[in-house]
Design a protein around this ligand. Structure first.
Ligand code: DGY
Length: 351
C-alpha cells in the first residue's frame, strides 16, 4: 500500500541512525551520496515534499519554493542560514529553523586552532619539514607571532564570538576587543573579558582579527583592500564565518606582499572551490569548512535539525514549536493574512 504520510526530503547523507527518527512520522526521501544539487534539482525535490532537511550546500529561495505547494518546513543543519531566503520562506508560510548552541564551543575551538596555526606557522613549518628542508636547527627558523598577551579583535559577538573571547581572555591572557551590531550588556562583557570598539579602531589595534559574524549582502567584502590596509602588517586574519565577508583577492595580495603576516580560512567565497591565489601562498592555513566538524557536534546538529523538522510539521513533544525556529513570526503573519506565494494566494490552514 502507498505510504500516505507527509514526505520529507533529506538533502545530503547525514547520520542514518538519527535521520531514521523521521520515519516514525514521515515518508523519508533520502540522498544517498554527497550531491551538488542544482537549483532545478532542489526545486524538483521540494515540489514533492512537506518538509526538508538541508545543509549549507542547498540554497532555497523564491525560485526553489515556487512549485512547492505542500512545503511547510525547512530545517537547516547549520547555524548560519545565508543559504535560505528567510523572507521568501516566511511569506510563503514555510517555517525555517537552524542549529544554534550545539556547535558553539566546537566552532570556537576551530577558530582558536586556526589562529594559533596561522600565527605560529604550524602548517607552514610542517610542510617545510616534510619537504626535507630542515637540515640544521636555527634560532630564527619559522618565527611567528605570540598569541598569549596579544590583542585579539573579534568581529561578531554572538555565541561563538563570546566563546572565543572566553578562551582568549581567561585561557591566554589576551586583551580582547570586539565589534558587533549592538554592544553586549556590561556584565556579559566582563564575563567574557571583552571591550567594545568601533570597527576601524578594531582593525588598527588588533594583533589578530577573527571574523565570526553572520554573512548578509550588507557586509559583503567587509574585509576588503581598504580594511586590510588599516591592519598591522604583523597581524593575522581568521575567518570561520562565511567566505563572502572577505575580498579573497585583496587578502591574497596583502599576504603575498607583506602587508599582512598570516591568515587562517575555514570558509571561502566559492566553496568548495578555493582560489589558486590563496592555494599558492605559504602564510595561510586553509581548512575545508570544518568549524563544527567534531563527531559529537555534527551528530548534535543533525539531532536538533531532525527535532526541529518533526516539531515544525506538527509532531513530537514540541509540536508546532521547533526549538530554533528562525521565522516563526513571519509564518504566523503569513498564516493570519493568507499567503501570497508559489504563484497564487492560498490559505495555509486549509491545505
Ligand atoms: C554553520 O553551522 O553555519 C557552519 O558553518 C556549518 O558547519
Amino acid at each position: 500500500m502507498a505510504d500516505r504520510r507527509p514526505r520529507v526530503w533529506v538533502s545530503q547523507p547525514l547520520f542514518d541512525d538519527i535521520v531514521a527518527q523521521l520515519e516514525a512520522y514521515f515518508e523519508v526521501v533520502p540522498t544517498v551520496e554527497v550531491t551538488a544539487h542544482s537549483s532545478a534539482d532542489i526545486t524538483a525535490r521540494l515540489g514533492g515534499v512537506d518538509g526538508a532537511l538541508v545543509t549549507l550546500n542547498e540554497s532555497v529561495g523564491a525560485a526553489e519554493i515556487a512549485g512547492a505547494a505542500h512545503l511547510r518546513a525547512i530545517a537547516n543543519v547549520g547555524v548560519g542560514y545565508n543559504n535560505l531566503d528567510v523572507e521568501a520562506l516566511g511569506a510563503a508560510g514555510i517555517l525555517a529553523s537552524n542549529t544554534p548552541d550545539v556547535l558553539t564551543e566546537t566552532t570556537a575551538d576551530l577558530g582558536f586552532a586556526l589562529l594559533m596555526a596561522a600565527a605560529r606557522r604550524i602548517t607552514e613549518s610542517e610542510r617545510w619539514l616534510r619537504d626535507g628542508q630542515w637540515r640544521q636547527w636555527s634560532f630564527t627558523t619559522m618565527l611567528g607571532a605570540d598569541i598569549h598577551g596579544a590583542t585579539l579583535g573579534i568581529v561578531g559577538m554572538g555565541r561563538i564570538g563570546q566563546a572565543i573571547a572566553r578562551r582568549a581572555h581567561h585561557g591566554f591572557g589576551m586583551k580582547v576587543l570586539y565589534h558587533n551590531r549592538s554592544r553586549l550588556p556590561v556584565a556579559l562583557e566582563q564575563d567574557v573579558g571583552a571591550v567594545y570598539t568601533g570597527f576601524e579602531e578594531l582593525l588598527a589595534r588588533a594583533d589578530h582579527l577573527l571574523l565570526v559574524l553572520p554573512y548578509t549582502p550588507h557586509n559583503h567584502h567587509l574585509v576588503d583592500a581598504a580594511a586590510l590596509a588599516k591592519m598591522k602588517p604583523t597581524a593575522t586574519l581568521v575567518n570561520i564565518a562565511r567566505g563572502g565577508l572577505v575580498d579573497e583577492l585583496a587578502l591574497a595580495d596583502a599576504l603575498a606582499n607583506g602587508r599582512l603576516a598570516a591568515a587562517g580560512l575555514d570558509v571561502y567565497e566559492g566553496e568548495p572551490q578555493v582560489r589558486p591565489e590563496l592555494l599558492a601562498l605559504r602564510n595561510i592555513v586553509l581548512t575545508p569548512h570544518i568549524g563544527s566538524a567534531s563527531l559529537a557536534t555534527r551528530r548534535a546538529m543533525v539531532q536538533l535539525a531532525v527535532d526541529n523538522l518533526i516539531a515544525a510539521l506538527g509532531h513530537g513533544p514540541d509540536a508546532g514549536h521547533p526549538a530554533s525556529a528562525i521565522n516563526a513570526d513571519a509564518v504566523a503573519a503569513a498564516k493570519a493574512g493568507g499567503v501570497t506565494v508559489r504563484g497564487k494566494k492560498t490559505d495555509l490552514d486549509k491545505r
